[in-house]
Design a protein around this ligand. Structure first.
Ligand SMILES: Cc1cc2nc3c(=O)[nH]c(=O)nc-3n(C[C@H](O)[C@H](O)[C@H](O)COP(=O)(O)OP(=O)(O)OC[C@H]3O[C@@H](n4cnc5c(N)ncnc54)[C@H](O)[C@@H]3O)c2cc1C
Length: 263
């Protein structure tokens, strides 16, 4: 299907024609745009938020002595603008979180919901914690067994190849554990546990054989993968930007590389 967009193009005065239009550039829209452009479709992504320039806007490598409040956060600002999002994010990434005052929302009093939003290129892929876990049939069958809502139309086997496909691109590191409730991925090497964590894992295994302490599964590169560099360190503050699973960086580069030349 071809859609014609009658947006004013003030520079050329021409009408642009696209095969697909994607609204929003978060993980969902970003991935859709990646797939569509890779298949050769002329794709327009409409993003309501501002553009992000990774080299300028990703500042987590800035040392604590170079940020305004020395990492202690702008508490006066937060009192007014972070009414709901207390303790979310930090002084480095605060700018990515939507201002609660400018963008208020309500929930029923007995159903509070913390709605964290990011209105910029990449959406919440810019702020997400990168923890990446597969669902198992325990999850897919949970509501059926509990008699809640509608049964999922798919099971783990249906989605397993797609987990493989996506996780290879976002690059998930972790330890394979062969647990039915937490299916393994094709992991990059796991991050190393420290000696206290290793000891705890061993003690738990000895005393509770049915329990397992495992390292988090996360879309942070522990080795170079698909042309992206490995993280310089696993310390949260010192991550190298290009190693993180961010749509704005990885997907945009991918889409731009794949985009068909304008005719
Ligand atoms: C702090 C934080 C930590 C998280 N940690 C994890 C984690 O560790 N693991 C995990 O699995 N998930 C995590 N999540 C959740 C995960 O990030 C989100 O579920 C996911 O990124 C949502 O992607 P999305 O594309 O559906 O939506 P979004 O990322 O919200 O993208 C929507 C995009 O659409 C744009 N948009 C909205 N309206 C319009 C419009 N009318 N026109 C054009 N554009 C529009 C927005 O600006 C935005 O860019 C975390 C989220 C946050 C905030």
């Amino acid at each position: 299907m071809t859609m014609e967009v009658q947006t004013p193009n003030v520079q050329s005065g021409k009408t642009n024609t696209y095969d697909a239009i994607v609204i929003g550039s978060g993980i969902t829209g970003g991935w859709a745009a990646k797939e569509l452009t890779e298949k050769g479709l002329r794709t327009l992504v409409l993003e309501a938020g501002q553009t992000i320039v990774p080299e300028k806007d990703y500042v987590e490598h800035v040392p604590v002595w170079d940020v305004r409040f020395r990492g202690m956060r702008d508490r006066q600002y937060e009192k007014v603008h972070r009414e709901r999002q207390k303790q979310i994010g930090d002084e480095w990434n605060a700018k990515f979180f939507v201002d609660d005052l400018e963008n208020p929302y309500t929930t029923p009093p007995d159903q509070p919901y913390l709605f964290l939003r990011g209105h910029h290129l990449g959406g919440r892929s810019v702020m997400w914690g990168r923890q990446s876990y597969r669902w198992s049939d325990l999850d897919f069958e949970g509501n059926l067994k509990d008699g809640i809502a509608t049964d999922w139309p798919i099971r783990y086997k249906d989605i397993e190849p797609w987990y493989d496909y996506v996780e290879d691109f976002i690059s998930v590191s972790g330890q394979a554990e062969n647990l039915p409730q937490l299916p393994d991925s094709k992991f990059l090497p796991p991050m190393e546990m420290n000696c206290a964590e290793t000891h705890m894992r061993e003690v738990i295994a000895q005393n509770f054989p049915e329990r397992r302490l495992t390292i988090g599964r996360t879309a942070i590169l522990t080795q170079a993968h698909r042309g992206r560099a490995a993280c310089a360190t696993t310390a949260d503050r010192a991550l190298v930007d290009a190693s993180r699973g961010r749509i704005s960086a990885a997907f945009t580069r991918r889409c731009l590389r794949q985009r068909p030349q304008a005719s």
